[in-house]
Design a protein around this ligand. Structure first.
Ligand SMILES: *[C@@H]1O[C@H](CO)[C@@H](O)[C@H](O)[C@H]1NC(C)=O
Ligand SMILES: *[C@@H]1O[C@H](CO)[C@@H](O)[C@H](O)[C@H]1NC(C)=O
Ligand SMILES: *[C@@H]1O[C@H](CO)[C@@H](O)[C@H](O)[C@H]1NC(C)=O
Length: 931
């Protein structure tokens, strides 16, 4: 612990001058004070700077009083041209996000100079951008990002988000680790993100100080130059201008993360907090006592300060926005008690899975209720997150708590932060609050609402012109301004259907939201009713169906008058047509028939999820809830009892049914999963396919196909090398093999089972293509090869098409996690093609996978997005195929035409945010499940 003595050259010379000027007086006072001025102490004369310092302790944090008198932004880049965005629909953020202005926005000097009807004739040189009625919002503000401190691609040299020297690190500063070369700055800007709060990670109870930055490249290129309103402590230990104390930011974390890193329990962590706050309180008291003496003219010695604890003292002075990673009720309750014990306000609880269950606890926090910063559907990955709910945003808003959606970049790619708001809106958060959740609410929570988060005269010129309504799925910037500077050099905008210019109408989830609270976060997810007899779907707008390995629209109503009727018996469609053609008198007279009004909905093939351990995992970070990881003969010898190194593990043997994520997938139209044995390294095993809606393995139709493809990974693990992995594959395919593995390899060579290999690097993919050729040359056998992951596959789109190698993109919207997948094709607005549309344009069979089990439910939105980003090149039929028949083919499922499930949606089709899944129709299981 260092002792801090305030002595910058500036302040000491000032004290010296003051001292010299007063020398004669001092002399006089020293001689006579006891008699003449009994209450006037001898040290009075050196106290002027101390008085100022003491006065500054009482200055509240925030912008200077004359902030709105500014005529240019402190971040203005000299020479940046003024811009007029004309004819826009402007979501201003005012009136709680309800004020939308039709008109123009004038940007100059890094500021918004006017909104609505703005005179601009006095500008000689101005860029005019015609929005043509398109939507403009404030730049997206991310309240929780690790951009630059956990950089992309991730390298050993770039994990700078946490100190591992102790659980309390209030003195750590994220700015000191901010990598300016993170690949994500540009991609996040391309999603409309203009400001992010860069937080330390959650390994420590007190991880340290956080900093809001603007993401644009600056002239200076330094971390300091990216800071939004830098606190004075960046440069100096003393307040530079005591009349103005900018907000500071700090990260705290409780629960599992600090516990895991420091082998602590929750009790240890909370004590660490109390101990730290106690030290800070004592220092604060010393300062306050000292200052009372200074003000009374009685102080002696130096101002009591300590560089390690000054930031926590500032928390106690209410001048720091404290952002707390905190999930569960037990932790929320403890932190709220801490805030009251030491009397400091909490800016926001982050992740905060259970806040929606305990709103009253939050309201008891010191000062004001914290904001709640959430993911939309990323959940259940550990105990703390198990009771998360997609309805939390709306429930919290109903309780008058401020909701923020955040990325935790790169946990979620902040480029798609707006998608979190779109999902929150889909599940019931009102539209004004949904947009606010990633703009004004985030800005207010970080104490920056005076300059960002709104489109308002005098605010920073950070805004986004969108190609659709911001809450419409797939909304993509046409241009992004930061400090008035356009960020997209040659934007590739896609054209959206006209309906996308309006806020999507969304389904009613009142009952589900109520259940989430009633059942303490674990509402029942099984279907509410199951029918094996006749079910009639009415008011059907469209029917999509499989024909071989493509999907076709077989029925489309032009308007509500021609909505159709579909009759299902024993889980099979027996009639698609009109009431007159489908409803025979035997159906009309049968009291047992169930009718389901789809209100303009749709029937389509249900979807298939692949890529996560769905069905083998309940809670990702809890080993006791999961199947576990296979042994890898390339890492260590496999015990003889399993079959030695030629053992082949079958995922089907580890299947668990009714996991929450499988049931949520089922309720979202994903009725089939293909899952491979979980493996960390090269060797996987035999995947299986199963029904996500079945109760247990012995139920008819629960296991759809015991064995599908043979799965391996070829990646940059370090040891064994990529070339060693290729050598192993070559030997497997070209030399006779024994045991269970040998049997499957034979099927691979016969083309009956695909070889499914996870590979990201284009160089590895190219090597695999050559290996496939080599096998052909050596054996005459044409193996079926599917590449999964495949972030760099677009670089070989032409060759993959020629060689008939299929690709499952996972994730569908690529991200440069590691060096081997850094050469992503980012898609619009950065590139014309998306990875999906690029591969499809070369006739590559493409599927979309997901990486984590919680994400299986979102496949319907993912395929819709793939279609929207393809600018008309991928229609709905092809998009549905990408999420169903293509995956079946690529993963080695037998032809499913007869037994394949269908999904019924109410209020729209499977790809639309207006719809809700009403049920699953399963010929294989002979039933209709309704939700
Ligand atoms: C980011 O975008 C800017 C142009 O807006 C470009 O000059 C720069 O090279 C890009 N950086 C990376 C890493 O792609
Ligand atoms: C650092 O100090 C210099 C000189 O006082 C000042 O001009 C600059 O704005 C400060 N930088 C930051 C990031 O506060
Ligand atoms: C893709 O397939 C279509 C239809 O078979 C064909 O016309 C087209 O030339 C192919 N495109 C490429 C890039 O191979």
């Amino acid at each position: 612990m260092e002792k801090f003595t305030p002595s910058t050259p500036a302040s000491s010379s000032r004290t010296l001058r003051l001292f010299l000027a007063l020398v004669p007086t001092v002399f006089f006072l020293l001689s006579f004070s006891d008699y003449l001025f009994p209450s006037f102490p001898s040290t009075h004369v050196i106290d002027a700077s101390l008085l100022e310092r003491c006065k500054s302790l009482k200055t509240p944090a925030g912008p200077p009083a004359d902030f709105y008198k500014r005529t240019q932004s402190d971040r203005y880049l000299t020479g940046a041209k003024p811009t007029l965005i004309k004819n826009a629909k402007i979501w201003t953020g005012e009136d709680e996000g309800n004020l939308v202005v039709q008109g123009d926005v004038l940007l100059d000097k890094g500021m918004i100079m006017g909104v609505g009807r703005v005179p601009h004739h006095h500008y000689k040189d101005i860029t005019v951008l015609d929005a043509k009625g398109g939507w403009v919002t404030p730049g997206i503000v991310d309240l929780h990002s690790h951009l630059g401190v956990y950089s992309s691609p991730s390298l050993e040299g770039s994990d700078d988000g946490n100190s591992l020297k102790g659980t309390i690190g209030a003195w750590m500063r994220a700015i000191d680790g901010l990598n300016t070369h993170d690949d994500s700055y540009n991609t996040s800007i391309a999603g409309g993100v203009t400001t992010s709060l860069i937080l330390p990670g959650s390994a420590n109870a007190i991880g340290g100080q956080a900093y809001p930055i603007k993401l644009r490249r600056t002239h200076e290129r330094s971390p300091s130059s990216m800071l939004l309103e830098p606190p004075y402590q960046i440069n100096s230990s003393l307040p530079v201008d005591p009349s103005h104390i900018p907000w500071r930011h700090m990260k705290h974390a409780c629960g599992e993360n600090p516990s895991r890193v420091y082998s602590d329990t929750r009790m240890d962590t909370i004590w660490a907090f109390r101990d730290a706050y106690n030290k800070a309180s004592q220092l604060k008291k010393k300062q306050d006592d000292f200052c009372a003496k200074v003000e009374a003219g009685q102080a002696t010695g130096d101002f009591p300060d300590d560089l390690q604890w000054e930031s926590l003292v500032d928390v106690l002075r209410g001048r720091v926005k404290v952002n707390i990673h905190c999930y569960e009720t037990v932790d929320l309750d403890a932190l709220v008690r801490l805030s009251n014990e030491f009397q400091f306000p909490i800016a926001a609880f982050h992740h905060s899975s259970e806040t929606y269950l305990v709103p009253e606890v939050l309201k008891r926090a010191y000062g004001h209720p914290p904001s709640v910063a959430l993911f939309a559907t990323n959940a259940r990955y550990k105990r703390e997150a198990y009771r998360s709910s997609e309805f939390a945003p709306r429930i919290l808003a109903e309780n008058n708590l401020r909701v923020v959606m955040k990325s935790d970049h790169s946990v979620l790619n902040s480029r798609y932060l707006l998608y979190e708001a779109q999902q929150a809106h889909y599940y019931g958060l009102p539209q004004n609050l949904a947009i606010a959740a990633v703009t004004s609410s985030a800005a207010e929570t970080m104490g920056m609402g005076h300059r960002i988060g709104y489109v308002k005269k005098g605010w920073d010129a950070d805004l986004v012109l969108w190609d659709s309504h911001p809450l419409a799925l797939g909304a993509t910037p046409k241009q992004v301004f930061i400090d008035g500077i356009p960020q997209l050099e040659t934007p590739h905008a896609s054209t959206k259907p006209p309906a996308f210019q309006h806020v999507p109408s969304v389904p009613n989830f009142d009952k589900e939201a109520e259940d989430a609270v009633t059942y303490d976060g674990l509402p029942p997810l099984r279907p509410s009713s199951t029918f094996s007899e006749t079910v009639v779907f009415t008011n059907v707008k469209s029917v999509y169906s499989r024909s071989g390995d493509v999907v076709e629209a077989v029925y489309t109503a032009q308007d509500a008058i021609t909505y159709g009727t579909v009759v299902v018996r024993n889980g099979r469609l027996i009639c698609t047509g009109t009431e007159t053609t489908c409803l025979s008198s035997s159906i009309l007279d049968d009291p047992e028939v169930s009718y389901v009004d789809l209100e303009g909905g749709s029937l389509s093939p249900s979807l298939l999820t692949f890529g996560s351990p769905l069905g083998l995992s309940n809670i990702d970070q809890e080993d006791s809830t999961n199947d576990g990881v296979v042994l890898d003969p390339l890492i260590a010898s496999v015990p003889k009892i399993v079959g030695g190194d030629s053992a082949l593990i079958r995922a089907v043997d580890g299947l668990e049914f009714q996991t929450r994520d499988a049931l949520l997938a089922y309720r979202s139209g994903v009725s089939t999963a293909v899952t491979a044995p979980s493996h960390y390294n090269f060797f996987g095993g035999l995947a299986t396919s199963f029904s996500t809606g079945s109760a247990h393995k012995l139920e008819p139709g629960a296991v759809i196909q015991e064995g599908t493809g043979l799965h391996m990974s070829v990646r940059h693990f370090g040891t064994p090398s990529v070339s060693t992995q290729i050598a192993a594959l070559r030997r497997l395919l070209l030399e006779p093999q024994e045991g269970a593995t040998g049997k499957r390899v034979k099927e691979v060579l016969e083309g009956r089972v695909p070889l499914v290999i996870e590979a990201h690097s284009a160089d590895i993919i190219a090597t695999l293509v050559l290996l496939k050729k080599e096998v052909k040359t050596e054996t005459g056998k044409n193996i079926r090869l599917t590449i999964t992951g495949a972030s760099e596959a677009h670089l070989l789109a032409k060759e993959l098409g020629e060689f008939g190698v299929g690709v499952i993109l996972n994730p569908a919207r690529s991200f440069p996690f590691a060096w081997e997948d850094r050469r992503i094709l980012p898609g619009p607005p950065l590139t014309e093609y998306s990875p999906v549309s690029k591969l499809v344009s070369h006739n590559v069979t493409v599927g979309i996978g997901v990486q984590e089990i919680w994400d299986a439910r979102n496949l319907r939105f993912e395929i819709a997005w793939a279609s929207l980003a393809a600018n008309g090149k991928i229609g709905k039929e092809e998009a549905i195929a990408i999420g169903s028949v293509n995956l079946e083919k690529l993963l080695g499922m037998d032809a499913q035409t007869e037994g394949a499930d269908m999904v019924a949606t109410r209020g729209g089709d499977l790809l639309e945010m207006s719809s809700k899944v009403a049920g699953i129709i399963s010929p294989r299981r002979g039933l209709v499940d309704l939700f």
